[in-house]
Design a protein around this ligand. Structure first.
Ligand code: OFO
Length: 170
């Protein structure tokens, strides 16, 4: 992998770690307002982001590149409401999708077929990431100010379990 791609993959590794950091902060916000189910959901999301980070880490190493860890940017600590926190989450996922698309375009420009194939997994993953966060956002919009509605969603979100992938390549 050339230097340009190595740098871009390292930037994406940083962005995924930043996503984990952001979602951990959102989990802490939910814990602070006693929405334990929402907090559980966000903690599972943190695990997802760490998985994405490790995929990139392993790929950089496997391609003979150097992993360069940079400081992780600051994240917010307070959100106005669960709805506001999910607006931020969905927006963040759309931002990550844009980054993955740019990385794919760069891999194509550099004629790096292995990177193109590797990034296909991330392209598909982002479809799922946007869909799941938007689903929660829409549910929160639907319930409006209903406290019973909020507790119902909280109960459902408490069921989420992070399942680590079973194959080594993942
Ligand atoms: Fe890594 O997909 Fe979310 O950010």
């Amino acid at each position: 992998m050339n230097k340009k791609l190595e740098d871009a993959f390292n930037d994406q590794l940083n962005a995924e770690l930043h996503s984990a950091y952001l979602y951990l902060s959102i989990a802490a916000y939910f814990d602070s307002i006693n929405l334990k189910g929402f907090a559980n959901w966000m903690k599972a999301q943190v695990q997802e982001e760490l998985l994405h980070s490790m995929k990139l880490y392993n790929y950089i190493i496997n391609r003979g590149g150097k992993v360069k860890l940079s400081p992780i940017g600051e994240v917010g600590r307070e959100w106005e409401s669960p709805l506001n926190a999910f607006e931020a989450t969905y927006e963040h996922e759309c931002y990550i999708t844009g980054r993955i698309n740019d990385l794919m375009n760069l891999a194509r420009e550099e004629n790096d077929n292995a990177s193109v194939i590797f990034l296909e997994w991330f392209i598909n993953e982002q479809v799922e990431e946007e869909a799941t966060t938007d689903e929660k956002l829409q549910e929160l919009k639907m319930i409006g100010d209903s406290t019973p509605g909020l507790f119902m969603i909280d109960r459902e979100m408490g069921q989420r379990v992070f399942t680590p992938p079973t194959t080594q390549s993942e």
